[in-house]
Design a protein around this ligand. Structure first.
Ligand code: ATP
Ligand code: MG
Length: 332
């Protein structure tokens, strides 16, 4: 049994890209491994954000994850800022992280372009992410494709730390591996950038059936299909990527065939997709409605999760502090 860690920012509404690329996988993994999942609020403050709505967004994200199928009895779900060891290890790992690697990260380049004044926290974002995973000595990290570069850097940080502070082994930090799903990169509704909470190009996981159709109807498809008679290529169509997440294999085959032969128009294809999305998402939305009526209960789940996470984190930190040579405080 491996230990699994992954996180999601409360930077906006949980969307179908998050679900297909990561969260759906979390729901499966909780039955196979020891899993920790976190609402990573400390990451979300690296972009401009509204202080007053952060608590509610954090709670809503936890509700979305529980509604999607995370079970408190099968996994540890907690809020990142409730376990302060994340920030301590972040600082320690900063001292072995090469600056050049941080500057090379695609996500940093993209997100820094969107900000007038770039905070150091945005540059150091992947170091905090390394701390999140290494704190629990986790070896498996289920994420979307956009996180692969950060995972590579995380492994480099683990290697450098081990080489410097545990040169004779056993290694304190195992090198974590990413785990992708078949829908590892869902594009936004414009078909341009990846679907992102911070870009406003999303279909929310908890949207009503009507809203799903309103968003799906005008969504971008293969540009080769200019008219109803032009055949398309499902392999480059974002709507087909979403079909792969929500439609059964036989429907996927029919969709691909009808796209290649122009047997269907894009709207026909989207109608089938909408039906399948609605079938999957309606029970999730209903569970979310029930959870929203009991915010205290959700907060209790998060507190219990933080307590479990803290126990694991504290034991890693005791080892790390010793290995890095810090003077222990006197007992009395
Ligand atoms: P933000 O725009 O604030 O970065 P986000 O939508 O990228 O938000 P994150 O919280 O950064 O969401 O990522 C949560 C998880 O969802 C990560 O594992 C990430 O790889 C995955 N993910 C995010 N967007 C997509 C996408 N479009 N397709 C597949 N996986 C995705
Ligand atoms: Mg992101």
């Amino acid at each position: 049994m491996a230990r699994v860690f992954s996180g999601i920012q409360p930077s906006g509404e949980l969307h179908i890209g998050n679900y297909l690329g990561a969260v759906r996988n979390w729901v499966e993994l909780q039955h196979q491994h020891e899993c920790l999942f976190s609402v990573v609020d400390l990451h979300a403050i690296t972009q401009p954000y509204d202080v007053t709505t952060l608590p509610q967004r954090t709670l809503d994200m936890a509700i979305g994850l529980l509604a999607a199928g995370l079970l408190p009895e099968r996994c540890t779900l907690f809020v990142q800022s409730h376990v302060s060891d994340h920030t301590e290890l972040n600082w320690l790992l900063n001292t072995v992280t090469p600056l050049g690697e941080l500057e090379r990260q695609t996500q940093f380049k993209d997100k820094s372009q969107r900000q007038e004044s770039v905070p150091a926290g945005l540059l150091n974002y992947p170091v905090l992410q390394a701390a999140d995973v290494l704190l629990y000595q986790a070896t498996l990290v289920p994420v979307g494709e956009d996180q692969l570069q950060h995972l590579e850097l995380m492994r480099e940080i683990a290697r450098r730390w081990n080489a410097r502070f545990a040169p004779d082994g056993p290694f304190t930090f195992p090198e974590p591996q990413a785990q992708l799903t078949t829908s590892k990169r869902v594009l936004g509704l414009d078909g341009q950038a990846k679907m992102s909470k911070s870009l406003g190009n999303t279909i929310g996981l908890l949207e009503s059936s009507e809203a799903i159709w309103e968003k799906l109807r005008p969504a971008a498809t293969d540009p080769a299909r200019k008219t109803r008679k032009d055949p398309g290529n499902p392999d480059i169509c974002n709507i087909f990527t979403i079909h792969q997440g929500f439609s059964p294999p036989d429907v996927q085959r029919t969709v691909a065939q009808n796209c290649r032969t122009a047997g269907w128009g894009c709207l026909d294809c989207k109608k089938v997709l909408a039906d399948n999305m609605i079938a999957t998402l309606t029970p999730i939305r209903e569970r979310a409605t029930a959870l929203k009526s009991d915010p205290k209960g959700v907060r209790r789940i998060l507190s219990a999760g933080a307590a479990k996470a803290r126990a694991l984190a504290e034991s890693t930190m005791a080892l790390v502090r010793r290995q890095m040579g810090f003077l222990e405080p006197a007992e009395d």
